[in-house]
Write a protein that binds this ligand. Structure first.
Ligand code: G
Ligand code: MN
Length: 419
């Protein structure tokens, strides 16, 4: 147990008293819902980088943003030290997960302009489902433990007790190591198709964890180990790419995309780019595409822009993922020179309706052409969508209709077949 975990546990005990106020005792037996603890990341650095006044104003702005965006029926309480307790009666874990993720994102966008630059912070959260008869102090302690785990993995993430069905908690580093060693944790790949040529142009690497019972867990559901690579995990990406790299190096025309979040972009390790050097030791730069995921909260844009510049100078291509939703927006496109835009699958899903998506896509094609950017349509699920997207002149396509994510062995023999 590290210091951060201990401190968080101590704080959680204190929060128990607060929860007693928020959550009256006589209601405990009938309480049926979820409880979340939302915690501002790097609070100490915030105060050091800016001053108390700016920090307090930012915390207030985050609080206001959370309050405005919280789901109906929920209650929010400040818990001090940049922490907020959120009670969500009558909500399922799935509903609460969606709400808390949205809140993290919204709170993470709150900002205050200070003399030392813009102040903003990512948020970590612990979320649990509370059984009807669980004492509030125990519930809040469990919540605090989840937050501590989120922080232990670098923050900027949500942890919930049910994330990891086999052990009832977020996996430890030891479990990740074991997962890597046995191959239970590995990249699967999904093809990205050149629509005009009808062939596989690239592969998106997608993390999957195979459970002992054979079911697959997607990264969002267990631990997004790539979100912020702790120092000792700097070799994680290259290790994950290891079994992919051999197949790829033999095919110089093919690229592989890996998903990178804001914390990797502008976090403490971004400056040294150790992970990148390790990856490039296995893969030529022109075969690597780095996707900036939509949910990436980029708190230090200058560092992120610097990384993008550096990646591109080395010959690595950069893509914006899920473009058109959330944080993957025109502002990001304006600030970062990227090579590929992957438009969110919602646009493809909406084709054939009242025609709005067609108008947006047609103009997106034109805009990206003028910017010298290749467009990729995500979420192609049938032939009509493929034909429409190809007809609009979109270069790349990806989706279940063109190929599902699978272990690389399953794709390797099919890479030359027409799609
Ligand atoms: O955000 P990003 O594009 O990285 O998301 C990749 C995820 O999208 C993967 O988990 C993959 O399984 C899923 N995915 C890929 N193709 C499709 C599709 O055609 N439809 C849907 N609904 N999901 C898809
Ligand atoms: Mn992606």
């Amino acid at each position: 147990m590290n210091a951060a975990l201990l401190i968080s546990l101590a704080l959680a005990v204190a929060l128990g008293f607060l929860a007693a106020r928020l959550w009256p005792r006589r209601g405990v037996r009938r309480y049926d819902g979820c409880l979340a603890l939302i915690d501002v990341d790097d609070l100490r650095a915030l105060v050091e980088e800016h001053d108390y006044d700016v920090s307090m104003r930012l915390l207030q702005r985050i609080h206001d943003a959370l309050r405005r965006a919280m789901p109906p029926g929920a209650r929010l309480q400040k818990a001090g030290e940049g922490r907020f307790v959120l009670c969500m009666p009558k909500m399922t874990l799935a509903e609460a997960t969606e709400s808390v993720e949205a809140l993290r994102r919204i709170g993470g966008q709150a900002l205050i302009g200070g003399t030392a630059g813009t102040a903003m912070r990512t948020l970590s959260a612990g979320l649990i489902q509370v059984p009807a008869n669980e004492p509030h102090s125990r519930a809040i302690l469990r919540c605090g433990t989840e937050v501590a785990r989120a922080k232990a993995f670098g923050g900027d993430r949500l942890r919930s007790g049910q994330d990891w069905p086999s052990c009832g908690a977020t996996p430890t580093l030891a479990e990740i190591e074991a997962g890597l060693a046995t191959g239970a944790l590995r990249y699967h790949v999904q093809p990205i198709i050149d629509l005009a040529g009808g062939h596989v142009a690239g592969l998106e690497a997608l993390l999957r964890w195979t459970q002992p019972d054979g079911t697959l867990v997607e990264p969002g559901k267990f631990v997004d180990v790539l979100e912020r690579i702790p120092n000792h995990l700097v070799d994680l990406l290259p290790r994950l790419l290891e079994h992919l790299a051999d197949s790829l190096v033999a095919r110089p025309g093919l690229f592989v995309t890996i998903n990178i979040t804001g914390a990797v972009m502008d976090g403490p390790n971004s400056g040294s780019c150790l992970w990148l050097q390790e990856v490039l030791r296995r893969l030529p730069p022109d075969q690597l595409v780095v996707e900036i995921v939509e949910s990436a909260v980029i708190a230090r844009p200058a560092r992120a822009q610097d990384l993008v510049t550096r990646l591109r100078a080395q010959g690595v291509r950069v893509a914006l993922d899920d473009f058109g939703t959330g944080l993957s927006n025109l502002d990001r496109l304006r600030k970062m020179e990227v090579d590929i835009l992957k438009m969110d699958r919602g646009f493809v899903a909406g084709l054939g309706g009242d025609g709005r998506e067609e108008v947006i896509l047609r103009n997106l094609v034109r805009m990206t052409q003028e910017l010298g950017i290749s467009l990729c349509a995500e979420g192609i699920e049938d032939e009509t969508q493929r034909a429409t997207v190809a007809g609009l002149g979109i270069r790349y396509g990806q989706g279940f209709h063109l190929g599902r994510p699978a272990p690389v062995e399953e794709w390797i023999g099919r890479l030359d077949a027409p799609v």
